[in-house]
Design a protein around this ligand. Structure first.
Ligand code: CA
Length: 242
C-alpha cells in the first residue's frame, strides 16, 4: 500500500489471543515500519501497556481472563488519549456503543480487510500526534470533577471537598474513585477492583480494597457505619451508588 507512510518509531501493542491473527497483524505492521508487541491475554496486555508504552493499542474484545472491555476501562482510568482500535468478532450495536462510551477511538469487526486496518492505524496515529501538539486547556483539566451529596471530587487538583472540609487525595485514591464512579450502580468484586485499579504488578490482598473503602466512607459518608454511597454487597464486593 503506497498510500501508507512509514512511521518507523511508532510502537503498536496488539492484544489478541488468536495466534494466527496476531502474527498476521504483526507481520503487516512491521512491513509498514512499526514496532510491534503481541500480548495474548488481557493481563499481559495491561502489563505491556505499562512497561512498553505503546503509541497505539489494537485490542481484541474476546480475550481469556479479563476481556478487552475491562482492559480498556483500566487504561482509560489513567490515559484518556492513547488511541485504541478495537477488534471484535462480535458486531452488535451494543458492543459498539459500550466501546464508544469507554473511549474507543475506532472499531473493526472481524473478518476485516487488511488495507483498511492499516489505514485506520495510520489515521489514529496521525490524529493523536496532532492532538498532542495542542495542550489540554487548563480550564478543562480543572473542571474534571464529580459531585455527590455534600461531596465534590476535583480530580485535576487531587482533592475532595467533603462536607465543607478539604481532603487531599492520593493517586491511588483517585484511581479507585474514578473506577467506582465509572461503574456507579454496578457491584464490583474485590478481585475486580484490585485488577482494574491496581493492575497486576503488585501482590496485594483484597483487604487493601476494604481499607480504601473504609477511608472513603470516613471522607464522604455522613454516617460511615451506614454508608449511602460506598455500599457493601454481601459476597460480592462493593457498589458506588449515586
Ligand atoms: Ca479473541
Amino acid at each position: 500500500m503506497s498510500a501508507v507512510e512509514h512511521k518507523p518509531s511508532k510502537r503498536i501493542l496488539v492484544v489478541e489471543d488468536e495466534h494466527h491473527i496476531a502474527e498476521g497483524l504483526r507481520l503487516n505492521l512491521q512491513l509498514q515500519g512499526y514496532e510491534v508487541l503481541i500480548a495474548e491475554t488481557g493481563t499481559a496486555g495491561l502489563s505491556a501497556w505499562k512497561q512498553w508504552e505503546p503509541d497505539l493499542i489494537v485490542l481484541d474484545i474476546m480475550l481469556p481472563g479479563i476481556d478487552g472491555i475491562s482492559v480498556l476501562k483500566s487504561i482509560r482510568l489513567e490515559d484518556e488519549r492513547l488511541p485504541v482500535l478495537i477488534l471484535s468478532a462480535k458486531n452488535s450495536a451494543e458492543d459498539r456503543v459500550k466501546g464508544l462510551v469507554l473511549g474507543v477511538d475506532d472499531y473493526l469487526s472481524k473478518p476485516f480487510n487488511l488495507d483498511e486496518f492499516l489505514l485506520r492505524v495510520e489515521r489514529l496515529l496521525k490524529r493523536n500526534s496532532w492532538v498532542k501538539e495542542e495542550s489540554k486547556p487548563e480550564v478543562e483539566r480543572l473542571t474534571d470533577s464529580y459531585v455527590f451529596g455534600d461531596n465534590k471530587i476535583e480530580f485535576g487538583k487531587s482533592l475532595a471537598v467533603c462536607k465543607g472540609e478539604q481532603v487531599t487525595l492520593t493517586e491511588q485514591e483517585i484511581r479507585l474513585l474514578r473506577l467506582f464512579i465509572a461503574n456507579r450502580g454496578r457491584a464490583l468484586s474485590r478481585g475486580e477492583i484490585l485488577e482494574l485499579a491496581w493492575g497486576f504488578s503488585k501482590s496485594l490482598t483484597t483487604r487493601t480494597v476494604d481499607n480504601f473503602v473504609v477511608r472513603f466512607r470516613k471522607y464522604f459518608e455522613d454516617d460511615p457505619k451506614n454508608p449511602v454511597y460506598f455500599k457493601s454487597r454481601r459476597s460480592v464486593g462493593y457498589v458506588f451508588d449515586h
